[in-house]
Design a protein around this ligand. Structure first.
Ligand code: ADP
Ligand code: ASP
Ligand code: MG
Length: 457
């Protein structure tokens, strides 16, 4: 079997969902399980409704919900025609009524908890998976809706829940395998799961890719296909650099670094389950399905080019911690990292000197509280609006003088932190967010003007 995941733009309207049905039909002999995201921008809108309700703006929340309801009704009726639309109409009504009830509840209690946020955020996938299932059936595909909340079991870490693999795998085997055995096409919403007690959770923004990988690893898929709106993994974000090229093949390790450092095309956790089971991951374009996309596998063919790609991760905060009392006494770093851990805040990059430590974090929500706690140990300052730029490639390991080449290309840019060596396949550094377009396009011109045609298209 294979897993095919279609992202938000790939299911954004009736035309897109029609394309998805055609793409899936071609793969029927390979027994696909289909994972779908919410319609494009839907999750943002759901979160906007939740925020409005949490702030007591009842009318605004319900108006946004009405807009979403209409969009889904229109999409379904375009796809299904009036007769068949009547069947799904009641199901969609029920979902949107439940959403409105939740929003009213949030207004009534005057508080939006992470638990309710996740419940609301998950509606996009709940309804998109219903519509896609109906559209497939209408087009003669034997589709069966699988409620992901019954299969993807997670902890209760709302808004970025962690899957419990053992339980999830056995539920996937019980629910999805029999459908495949009967020649059905199981359709699942990405991004959503639930705790063992049945409380709805989400895997974090962009988490449908992760769902696809969890399902693929759980069912020992031959391949996981991530269908999106670009031709594959590109040498950099096409929004930053118009001449970004397609990477034909890339290793798990390289792709994972890129995803972690901001290549939004893959959710950072996607590759972990695939790596464990050694399942190839393909990134493909649902608007250009004939293109061969990017193939991500354990070992990619040797490339002559130094780098495979450049990623940039914005909205980074740099925290500088200066040890006043005890010049980095032993245990000092431990106590600093304990503060971040206590706030459940992940640290991306670290650099140290005799008396100071700088770290980067990517969420600024709890930064004031973290700084207050760090202030008990040392002098602290922090500054947001920074970005990490990361160059990735396995040839970094064996090529001398790379850092000099990189930094001489951007010698006029203020660099706040540098890191190389941790993984041996990446060089990363921190700059002001405003410098990202200039830095990325200059480095891209420098390192990707002439590239190895074996690896890049
Ligand atoms: P989906 O809705 O299909 O999950 P996403 O918007 O999450 O799609 O991811 C695809 C987008 O990721 C692309 O449209 C592109 O703008 C962006 N992107 C950023 N970096 C890269 C990269 N290196 N390669 C390809 N796309 C990238
Ligand atoms: N719909 C979710 C989001 O926008 C998950 C996804 O699309 O991958 O974050
Ligand atoms: Mg995505």
């Amino acid at each position: 079997m294979i897993v095919m995941k279609f992202g938000g733009t790939s299911v954004q309207d009736a035309e897109a969902i029609d394309r998805v049905a055609a793409i899936t039909r071609e793969r029927l002999p390979e027994n696909p399980v289909v994972v779908v995201s919410a319609l494009a921008k839907m999750t943002d809108q759901l979160l906007a409704m939740a925020t409005a309700a949490g702030a007591g703006n009842r009318e605004q929340a319900l108006e946004l919900s009405l807009g979403a309801r209409e969009r889904h009704f229109n999409t379904a009726s375009d796809l299904l025609g009036t007769g068949r639309f009547a069947q799904i109409h009641a199901e969609l009504e029920e979902e949107f009524n439940a959403l409105d009830e939740l929003l009213r509840g949030v207004v009534a209690v005057g508080e939006l908890t992470p638990r309710t946020t996740d419940n609301i955020a998950g509606f996009g996938e709940r309804v998109s998976s219903r519509i896609v299932t109906a559209a497939f059936s209408c087009r003669g595909l034997n589709a069966s809706l699988v409620d992901s909340r019954q299969c993807i079991v997670t902890d209760a870490n709302f808004t970025r829940a962690v899957p419990q693999f053992e339980e999830t795998n056995s539920r996937l085997s019980e629910t999805v395998k029999p459908l495949l055995a009967h020649g059905r096409v199981p359709i699942m919403g990405g991004f959503i799961g639930s705790t063992r007690d049945g409380v709805s959770t989400t895997l974090g923004r962009g988490g449908s890719d992760f769902t696809a990988a969890i399902v693929g690893a759980g069912l020992d898929a031959e391949r996981i296909e991530i269908w999106t709106d670009v031709d594959g993994m590109l040498t950099t974000d096409p929004n930053l650099c118009r001449n970004a090229r397609r990477i034909k093949t890339i290793s798990f390790e390289e792709a994972a670094e890129l995803a972690y450092f901001g290549a939004k095309v893959l959710h950072p956790a996607t590759l972990l389950p695939a790596i464990q089971k050694n399942i190839p991951v393909l990134v493909l374009n649902s608007r250009n399905p004939k293109n061969e996309g990017t193939r991500i596998t354990a070992t990619a063919p040797k490339s002559k080019s130094i780098f495979k790609a450049i990623a940039a991760k914005k909205r980074i905060t740099v925290v500088d911690i200066v040890a006043t009392r005890m010049l980095m006494a032993h245990g000092f770093l431990k106590s600093i990292f304990e503060v971040f851990a206590n706030h459940r805040c992940a640290v991306d990059m670290v650099s140290t000197s005799e008396v100071s430590v700088s770290v980067t974090v990517d969420s600024s929500e709890s930064i004031a509280a973290i700084a207050a706690d760090l202030g008990k140990l040392a002098d602290v300052k922090y500054e947001g609006r920074k970005a990490i730029v990361c160059l990735v490639g396995e040839n970094i390991r064996s090529t001398p003088g790379i850092a000099a080449k990189v930094f001489s290309a951007i010698s006029d840019v203020n660099i706040h932190m540098i890191s190389q060596g941790a993984s041996e396949i990446n060089i990363s550094f921190v700059i002001d967010e405003a410098d990202v377009p200039k830095v990325v396009s200059r480095l891209h011109d420098c390192f990707f003007a002439e590239v190895d045609p074996e690896v890049f298209a």
